[in-house]
Write a protein that binds this ligand. Structure first.
Ligand code: GAP
Length: 507
């Protein structure tokens, strides 16, 4: 088993053991790709939302937030293209009766070839040491070049077949590549067919009168259909943005990788409305803004990269993903898309209502162009959690599991710990707790030795532990212990909130 796979398993079980994430409906054996957030998970999730909301809505005077309903008029999904085109190509293995996404089978095959290239590069790097020039090696080594050519040819053919809706050729490609079902080991495949990812339900109590409606697969459409409401009521001038955080639902077929691909998840999306012709300038601007947001969390740049889309969706004229290095490799965390005037024009057409902006500087009306930033909340949670998870060997030979969560996001900011549960220390600790809990999420603990309590707080990522000891009772000072360095210093009780506030700000 690959090392990263083991680490990933540890992260998943740590998340459950320490109240971050539980499988949904666990006592009924769970549901695939649906998860519940526990007492620490919900705090981390809320803190991520607040951090994003602040950076988008509070820090930008020209971005307004909304919270639109999940149920929307069904024609919205016709206009957006989701009814006709929000599909995954599926294929079944006739022997195992297992269903797969055809694109994932092909991607996994390509990943195996990529692995061969990476192994070749690693071997050469070990052989040549400091003198190794990776770029030169990749552009001259015949085995690397041959494998890269194979990858390029597969991708080119696959994209072309999808573009032409030639699902027979997708099946042919799977057969030609010799891809076998991981369960049955056979190549006995059905034809490939398209499967719509939207969940649907009925609205209304009388079945004959019911209307089929959809659970939204993205929050963005709630923003588009409110574009004029927000613009008019907020007297917004272009360029301006509308931001929203909310649930989205997709009937994902390949349910794996924990909370990376869920059927019910949350998105944090922002649509930025701009003058036609200026969209690519704003696309570059938001690319930079968004990567800076990620880096502001203190996670190193090497964990992120941009993946520009070669194959653009029919409505986009530029698109990139911010990919994060999850334990299972670099994968999409956020999408930044230049969506032209596709959505507003489509809603204008389907609703028969004008969705135009009168630009006083140009003295003309137009349908604005849109730059979208769309980040998965659960994926951000997984990125933060998997980066934070560390197993450390300490100088005294002992070990600890610590979550180096950025303090601003940590579920609990301060643990309040009487050194022993007697001699007036618990009472003093409670007194302190009652004051500082108004400023920060705090947790009081008096059970077990102080060392074990520190470890428990490390394991949930609490950045500061305040300990009340005999000296506290004499001079109103406490020790403050930092999670990452485990260093302690003494501070006065009145300064706790001020000092912790400053340290969190200086991240
Ligand atoms: N409005 C644009 C849009 O929805 P997307 O690339 O389909 O674009 C945006 O989704 C983000 O939502 C992704 O980058 C990812 O972080 C998150 N996301 C998408 N599907 C998801 C799923 N099944 N589970 C968890 N997060 C998901």
């Amino acid at each position: 088993m690959a090392n990263n796979e083991e680490v990933f398993k540890k992260i998943i079980s740590h998340a459950k053991e320490y109240g971050f994430i539980f499988p949904s409906s666990e006592i009924y054996d769970g549901m695939a790709a649906v998860y519940d957030y526990g007492q620490n998970g919900v705090e981390l999730k809320n803190n991520i939302k607040a951090y994003w909301w602040k950076s988008m809505v509070q820090y930008h005077e020209n971005i307004a937030g909304i919270d639109s309903a999940i149920f929307m008029h069904p024609t919205i999904w016709k206009a957006s293209g989701h009814v006709d085109a929000f599909n995954d190509p599926l294929i079944d293995n006739k022997d195992s009766k297992k269903r797969y996404r055809a694109d994932v089978l092909i991607e996994d095959h390509v990943a195996k070839i990529q692995d061969k290239i990476n192994k070749e590069v690693d071997k050469a790097a070990a052989r040549f040491g400091d003198a190794f020039n990776e770029q030169e090696f990749r552009s001259t080594n015949q085995r690397v070049l041959d494998n890269q050519a194979k990858i390029d040819a597969i991708n080119k053919r696959f994209y072309k077949s999808l573009e032409k809706e030639d699902l027979a050729d997708v099946k042919l490609l799977i057969e030609e590549l010799g891809i076998v079902c991981p369960i049955s080991g056979t190549r006995n495949w059905t034809d490939v067919r398209q499967f719509n990812l939207m969940f649907s339900t009925q609205m209304g109590s009388v079945s004959e009168d019911t209307n089929q409606i959809f659970l939204r697969p993205e929050t963005a459409q709630g923003i588009f259909v409110n574009f004029l409401n927000v613009q008019k009521s907020g007297r917004m001038k272009i360029p301006f943005g509308i931001a929203q955080i909310g649930k989205a639902f997709r009937n994902e077929i390949v349910a794996r990788q924990f909370i990376f691909r869920m059927r019910e998840f949350e998105q944090m999306e922002m649509q930025y409305f701009v003058r036609p012709g200026e969209e690519l300038k704003w696309f570059e601007y938001w690319k930079q803004e968004r990567i800076n947001w990620h880096l502001s969390l203190g996670i190193p740049q090497s964990k992120y990269h941009f993946h520009d889309h070669e194959k653009l969706a029919h409505y986009a004229n530029a698109a990139t993903d911010i990919e994060f290095e999850f334990p299972f490799g670099f994968k999409e965390l956020e999408g930044i898309h230049s969506r032209t005037d596709f959505d507003l024009s489509a809603h204008q057409k389907h609703s028969g209502k004008k969705l135009q902006y009168f630009d006083p500087e140009l003295n003309e009306s137009y349908v604005p162009y849109v730059i979208e930033t769309s980040i998965g909340l659960d994926r951000t949670f997984l990125a933060v959690l998997s980066y934070a998870f560390k197993e450390e060997k300490l100088e005294d030979g002992s070990e600890r599991v610590v979550l180096n969560i950025p303090p601003v996001l940590a579920p609990v900011k301060i643990a309040v710990l009487p050194l022993v549960a007697k001699d007036g220390m618990p009472e003093k600790a409670r007194e302190i707790m009652d004051v500082i809990k108004h400023d920060f999420m705090c947790r009081y603990e008096e059970k077990d030795s102080i060392g074990r309590r520190y470890r428990r707080q490390d394991a949930i990522g609490t950045p500061y532990c305040i300990t009340i000891d005999t000296q506290t009772l004499e001079d109103n000072t406490v020790t403050i212990r930092e999670r990452d360095t485990m260093k302690q210093d003494r501070i006065s009780i009145e300064k706790i909130s001020e000092i912790v506030g400053k340290r969190i700000k200086n991240l």
